[in-house]
Design a protein around this ligand. Structure first.
Ligand code: AMP
Ligand code: MG
Length: 414
């Protein structure tokens, strides 16, 4: 299917997201390498966590129903000890002064065990009275105030063996801790998709080179590369190609063959030298849509090959940036087996927004802080500086000419 009338961006996103993608290839990485990697399948818990009932406080383990005034201290249990005196391998060893809960088959009424945070509680423990609420005298413990909490973390309370330990997600530091806490040393993550980047434009030079009259620096290759990496992809930068059909065809054909997603910037518009659409057709790309009812980014093109996906993004740096966030990042996530959920915040608009022409969905860079949304100083799609100051995008809908000051708006985090 090829859409050639300007599409609503929501419809365009549905087209991108409805295309089938292969189940991601997976690779096993050590936990130390797992940060920010995509977990495409749930990981089952291999054991109960914690694996035993353990003390959440330093204090004294007592029976639940014990109304005694004083408790005889029958043993001391350190983290790593087994109640009853048999130290676990590598444990500190029990130093119980008299008797032991192990020997008596658990705590009896009137008995308590001095216990450290993290230690396994004796059989029969109902609660751990925190040490601050007690007084100790010659092998006996007395409560100085009632303990309102249980202070015992029960076996399997954090996770039950066989349950979903982690569902699909991008792995953060706490997720990595969850895996480590289960004794899992490595994790199977989605292979990173390969994103190729080509900047088209005869006016472009690389930072570090000198500019002749009429030339500008290529910034899009750098933003796209950084955005693609942040989204979880590997990148190949194919550099700058000048607006010459033959040169463009050569580079684009090679990049298409090597990329899961190819990103082109520039050359998709109505100019005499905007060769990208013809070159893509020549390279066997099926165009799925070209032109959107969106600002910035109207000339955006999206197509597919047998091997992958290609976006022709307009060259204006703010367009390129915004379009990546709206369309490319979700696709990269999907290629890694994840569902993209944009992060949306609600806030009060600090100023009135108005526009005369409302024939496109418009995205405006803004900053949200403390529930207040302040549009950035932004002069349009050529003005990447305005985007750099932003942490979110305001969206104005088709036919929406005003948003009143103080209105509650939903903004998309970028
Ligand atoms: P185009 O989409 O090729 O018509 O380009 C639109 C505008 O974006 C022009 O002002 C270009 O000079 C500028 N532009 C194109 N490519 C880049 C790039 N890679 N980096 C920065 N600006 C660019
Ligand atoms: Mg151009």
């Amino acid at each position: 299917m090829t859409e050639r009338v300007p599409l609503h961006p929501d419809e365009a996103l549905s087209i991108v997201q409805a295309l089938p993608v292969a189940t991601p290839r997976e690779e096993t990485v050590l936990l130390t390498e797992a940060l920010d990697r995509a977990l495409p399948r749930s990981v089952p818990a291999p054991m109960d966590s914690p694996p035993f009932d353990k003390a959440a406080m330093d204090g004294f383990a007592v029976r639940a129903d014990d109304e005694s005034e004083r408790f005889r201290i029958v043993e001391t249990i350190a983290a790593g000890d087994t109640p009853g005196g048999a130290a676990v391998p590598g444990g500190a060893g029990s130093t119980g002064p008299v008797g032991s809960t192990g020997a008596t088959g658990g705590l009896q009424a009137g008995e308590c065990a001095r216990i450290m945070t993290g230690a396994r509680v004796p059989v029969g423990t109902g609660k751990v009275v925190r040490v601050e609420f007690t007084e100790v005298n010659e092998g006996w413990m007395r409560l100085t105030q009632p303990e309102p909490l249980g202070n015992v973390i029960r076996r399997g309370e954090n996770a039950r063996a066989g349950s979903d330990l982690l569902t699909p997600r991008v792995l953060g530091p706490a997720d990595i801790a969850v895996l480590a806490a289960m004794g899992i040393p490595s994790v199977s993550v989605a292979a990173r998709p390969m994103v190729g980047i080509v900047a088209t434009g005869s006016e472009l030079r690389l930072p570090g080179e000198s500019l002749s009259d009429g030339q500008i620096y290529n910034s899009n290759s750098f933003s796209l590369c950084a955005q693609a990496r942040r989204a979880g992809a590997l990148t190949t930068d194919y550099g700058i190609v000048r607006d010459d059909r033959a040169v463009m065809t050569q580079t684009i054909a090679r990049a298409l063959a090597e990329s899961d997603v190819l990103l082109l910037s520039g050359g998709v518009s109505m100019g005499d030298y905007d060769y990208v659409p013809e070159v893509l057709a020549e390279c066997g790309v099926t165009v799925r849509f070209h032109k959107l009812r969106i600002k910035p980014g109207k000339p955006t093109l999206f197509g597919t090959t047998d091997r992958g996906f290609v976006f022709g993004l307009p060259g204006n740096p703010a367009s390129t940036y915004v379009l990546f966030e709206l369309f490319v990042a979700p696709l990269i996530q999907r290629l890694m087996g994840l569902t993209h959920q944009p992060i949306v915040h609600r806030g009060e608009l600090a100023v009135e927004l108005s526009r005369r022409i409302a024939d496109r969905v418009e995205y405006l860079p803004a900053r949200i802080a403390d529930g207040v949304v302040e549009p950035c100083a932004y002069r349009g799609s050529n003005h990447i500086n305005g985007v750099a100051d932003a942490n979110c995008l305001i969206r104005m809908e088709l036919d929406q000419t005003h948003i009143a000051q103080g209105s509650v708006v939903h903004v998309r985090q970028i």
